[in-house]
Design a protein around this ligand. Structure first.
Ligand code: PGA
Length: 249
C-alpha cells in the first residue's frame, strides 16, 4: 500500500509570519490519514521544522545542490537540508528547469544527492503547452523519467510529481483522462527502469492548480497518490481541505 502524500510547495513565498500557517495546519491534522509535507523557502526551513516538530507535518526543501559541500555560492546541499530538519526535497521543478536551465542529468544528480543524504527525492516532470498540443507529452515524460530518476531509487526514497507546465499557477487543469493517462504511463515506465516491485511502491503526485474544489476528483484517479500544491498550500485554510480530501480518497 502506498501512503498518500499531500505536499505543499511555498516557492519564493513566506517570511516569519507564515510559520503561523504551519502551526494551524499541524493543529488541524493531529493524526492524518496521509503524509503531509510543506516545503517552505530555505530561510524558514529550520524554524518550520521546529514549529511542526511534535506534529504529523513534515518539512522539506525546494531544491538542493548535487554536491555535499564546496565553493557554490548561494547553493544548499541535501545534507544541509537534512540538518535543518527536512525529510524530503523537490528536485527538477519546472521553474528550476526553466529559470535555471536545469537538465535531466542535473536533476538526476540532485535526486541522487538527496537520497544519499537520507532524504526523499520528489522528482518533477511535465510537458509544456506546445509539447501537449504537438502530441509529445508521453515521449517527453518518458525522456524526463529516464533522464531524471536515479536508477538506484527505492520506493521509500522516491516520489514522482507530474506537473504539466501549463497547469502550474494558471487555474487550468488537465482532464481526468489526461491525468490518468500520464500517471498510468509513469507507473509502467518506472517499472522498466526500477523493476515492477519498486515502481508499484513509488508515490505519484499530480501538481498544477490543485485546490479544494478539484482535489477529490483528482485523488479518485487510480495512480494518483497525492498532490504537489503551490498556491493553495500557502494558507492552512486552503491546504487543509485538500489534505482532508486526500484522507478520504
Ligand atoms: P500551483 O503550483 O498549485 O500553484 O499550480 C503547483 C507547483 O508548481 O507545484
Amino acid at each position: 500500500m502506498r501512503r498518500k502524500l499531500a505536499a505543499g510547495n511555498w516557492k519564493m513565498n513566506g517570511t516569519s509570519a507564515a510559520l503561523e500557517e504551519l502551526a494551524t495546519l499541524a493543529q488541524a491534522h493531529p493524526a492524518p490519514g496521509c503524509d503531509i509535507l510543506i516545503c517552505p523557502p530555505s530561510t524558514l526551513l529550520h524554524r518550520a521544522a521546529d514549529t511542526v516538530a511534535a506534529s504529523a507535518v513534515a518539512v522539506g526543501g525546494q531544491d538542493c545542490h548535487a554536491k555535499t559541500s564546496g565553493a557554490h555560492t548561494g547553493d544548499i546541499s541535501a545534507d544541509m537540508l537534512r540538518d535543518a530538519g527536512a525529510t524530503s526535497v523537490i528536485v527538477g521543478h519546472s521553474e528550476r528547469r526553466t529559470d535555471h536551465g536545469e537538465s535531466d542529468a542535473q536533476v538526476q544528480a540532485k535526486a541522487e544527492a538527496a537520497i544519499a543524504a537520507g532524504l526523499i527525492a520528489i522528482v518533477c516532470v511535465g510537458e509544456s503547452l506546445e509539447q501537449r498540443e504537438a502530441g509529445e507529452t508521453l515521449d517527453l515524460i518518458r525522456a524526463q523519467l529516464a533522464g531524471s530518476v536515479p536508477q538506484s531509487s527505492k520506493a521509500e526514497t522516491l516520489v514522482v510529481a507530474y506537473e504539466p507546465v501549463w497547469a502550474i499557477g494558471t487555474g487550468k487543469v488537465p482532464t481526468i483522462e489526461q491525468i490518468a493517462e500520464v500517471h498510468d504511463f509513469m507507473r509502467t515506465e518506472l517499472a522498466q527502469h526500477l523493476g515492477e516491485d519498486t515502481a508499484a511502491g513509488v508515490r505519484l503526485l499530480y501538481g498544477g492548480s490543485v485546490k479544494a474544489s478539484n482535489a477529490a476528483e483528482i485523488f479518485a484517479v487510480t495512480n494518483v497518490d497525492g498532490a504537489l500544491v503551490g498556491g493553495a498550500s500557502l494558507k492552512a485554510a486552503d491546504f487543509s481541505p485538500i489534505v482532508s480530501a486526500l484522507e478520504k480518497a
